[in-house]
Design a protein around this ligand. Structure first.
Ligand SMILES: Nc1ncnc2c1ncn2[C@@H]1O[C@H](COP(=O)(O)OP(=O)(O)OP(=O)(O)O)[C@@H](O)[C@H]1O
Ligand SMILES: [Mg+2]
Length: 289
């Protein structure tokens, strides 16, 4: 699935220099002495327009997001950020009046190609929401809910898988003694980490995060941010956030939307420190939003 693509000649918005940097670093890590090549993007939106009935919500969005990175989507409320996420994992399919033009690719695959099963797609492309949404089952069963549903492991392995992912998100010591308890007695931050453990347990290639810390206190927010940074070595994340300081802290690339259009996309430091578009300048400096 994730073979490097050599010889990319032109840079696309949001990818270009960032991808070259990420790709070079990964190539160097995986194959010592190898010539650095840019990896192919993990997520590609091409001329994507989306709407509901007569309303156009996203217009002609083209962007490539590099693999193994945190990609922040920022912009004022209603500009279409959540719609982008919901289009990537096809959560809009059942919404009345939904239409789409252009394409969305995860790796090499068009997510709406004939024969793509949305449930199988959502195993490759996980999602974490603004408010933690544990299932009404034990803590342990929450972690392995997707593993069970997709029959990814035999029953005897489930306890070990639950432990592994609870350790991965830093929750193990807090819950080891109460794995059979309800998740609803956990703190909000712990519930969100549990939802991350559940999303990670099915081995996604891409994780979509829609304002994952906006309902959390600062300590829990820091726990989640630390985890995202840790995961970015192996996983592509696309994270909507209204918290510009958070985008700066954790993201590799930042893409700014305004009124359903992609205004600017690139390496996070560039978008924040030397934006090229006047709307981006206003937004990152807090003059609009
Ligand atoms: N099912 C729908 N039918 C009609 N309009 C919709 C639908 N879903 C979203 N929209 C509209 O699409 C626009 C973009 O919504 P979206 O939720 O993507 O914005 P957002 O950038 O995530 O905003 P926020 O920051 O407030 O979460 C909004 O004007 C919203 O009202
Ligand atoms: Mg939203």
């Amino acid at each position: 699935m994730s073979r490097p693509t050599a010889g990319r000649s032109s840079a696309t918005r949001g990818y270009g220099a960032t991808a070259a940097a990420v790709g070079a670093e990964q190539s160097a890590r995986s194959t010592p002495g190898a010539v650095a090549v840019a990896l192919r993007p993990a997520v590609r939106l091409t001329d994507l327009s989306v709407g509901f009935g007569a309303t156009t919500v996203l217009q002609d969005v083209t962007v490539e997001l590099p693999p193994n990175s945190v990609n922040a989507l920022i912009g004022p409320t209603g500009c279409g950020k959540s719609t982008v996420l919901r289009t990537i994992n096809r959560m809009n399919d059942q919404v009345r009046g939904y239409w789409r033009r252009g394409s969305v690719r995860v790796g090499d695959d068009d997510v709406e190609a004939a024969g793509v099963d949305p449930l199988a797609l959502r195993r490759r492309v996980g999602m974490v929401f603004q408010r933690p949404n544990p299932f009404p089952m034990s803590i342990k069963d929450n972690v392995v809910a997707g593993v069970r549903a997709h029959r990814l492991a035999p029953r005897r392995d489930l306890a070990g898988i639950a432990e592994h992912h609870l350790r991965q998100v830093g929750l193990w010591s807090a819950v080891a003694g109460r794995l059979d308890d309800s998740p609803f007695r956990l703190s909000g931050g712990q519930q969100q980490l549990l939802c991350l453990a559940r999303a990670l347990a099915v081995g996604p290639e891409v994780l979509l995060l829609d304002e994952p810390t906006s309902s959390l206190d600062p300590i829990s927010t820091e726990m989640v941010e630390d985890l995202l940074l840790q995961l970015s070595g192996d996983l592509t994340m696309v994270m909507v956030t209204h918290n510009l300081a958070q985008a700066r802290r954790v993201s590799t690339t930042t893409t700014f939307f305004y009124n359903g259009r992609l205004v600017e996309s690139g390496a996070t430091a560039q978008v924040f420190d030397s934006p090229t578009e006047p709307e981006t300048v206003s937004y990152v400096s807090g003059r609009i939003g």
